[in-house]
Design a protein around this ligand. Structure first.
Ligand code: ATP
Length: 236
């Protein structure tokens, strides 16, 4: 279980998050929605330990981790795919995967973990010896997701996985995320500007506006709106 209690993140005078609380149980996806600058990334950074939390608490399975540095949180199973597809661009696809695996829980042998990734995204096997920086945007997102999940996380944070991708690739990426969440039974949090996309696969959702929660509820409930628009979309 991931829990935020009355969490505030400030960057100097900028109040990125103000008194945000929520709980996310394992075995389902939570969508964090909001326009540019609403505070979605700050929320994720607060969980992985790289945002300036000025008040409130972050708890993992009841343990207060607010004071723990990022590596200690990673050891507890927090994995954060940040916005902007951060990869080792000069390293090959396979070396990125090896490195990510070496930082993780290593439940399976490397060869088995790689085989699983390549079965899921065959294009990554074709490009195994290509520098990650030379991949297309969609392939990079596949690699990011593979690097993040090859670590066998217990709390998976995905920041805008659809950003800048063609619709067909977005479908593929979301297909993977949905499958992975269902099979792994872990806590998955997705920050997304495309509300309907994320809500369709989420058990619960939350809309942020200027750092505050303005709407929260079950995924389906937030999807149901008037005039064909989602309820959540009308709050963005
Ligand atoms: P985006 O989709 O653009 O990333 P977001 O919803 O993720 O938006 P945040 O990145 O969390 O929003 O930003 C929330 C607010 O905090 C914004 O006003 C942003 O300008 C500000 N902010 C974020 N990071 C910093 C920083 N390092 N220093 C100062 N202000 C920041």
């Amino acid at each position: 279980m991931l829990e935020l209690r009355d969490l505030s993140v400030h960057y100097g005078a900028v109040r990125a998050l103000e008194g945000v609380s929520f709980q996310a149980a394992p075995g389902g996806i939570t969508a964090i929605l909001g326009a540019n600058g609403a505070g979605k990334s700050s929320l994720m950074r607060a969980v992985s330990g790289i945002a300036p939390v000025v008040a409130g608490q972050v708890l993992l399975d009841g343990q207060d981790i607010t004071a723990l540095p990022p590596p200690a949180r990673a050891r507890l199973g927090v994995a954060h795919a940040m916005e902007g597809r951060r990869l080792f661009r000069q390293l090959t696809v396979e070396d990125n995967l090896r490195l990510a695996w070496s930082f993780g829980a290593r439940r399976e042998k490397l060869a088995a973990s790689l085989a699983e990734v390549y079965a899921r995204f065959p294009i990554l096997e074709t490009k195994a010896r290509t520098a990650a920086g030379l991949l297309s945007g969609g392939q990079q997102q596949m690699l990011i997701l593979s690097c993040t999940t090859i670590r066998n996380p217990r709390f998976l944070l995905l920041d805008e996985p659809s950003l800048g991708l063609a619709p067909i690739i977005v479908q593929q990426i979301y297909g993977f995320i949905t499958d992975y969440a269902a099979k792994s039974g872990i806590v998955v949090i997705i920050a997304e500007q495309m509300a309907a996309l994320a809500l369709k696969v989420s058990r619960q959702g939350m809309v942020l506006r200027r750092g505050r929660v303005v709407l929260a509820g079950a995924g389906e409930e937030l999807l149901r709106g008037r005039d064909g628009t989602t309820l959540a979309a009308s709050y963005l």
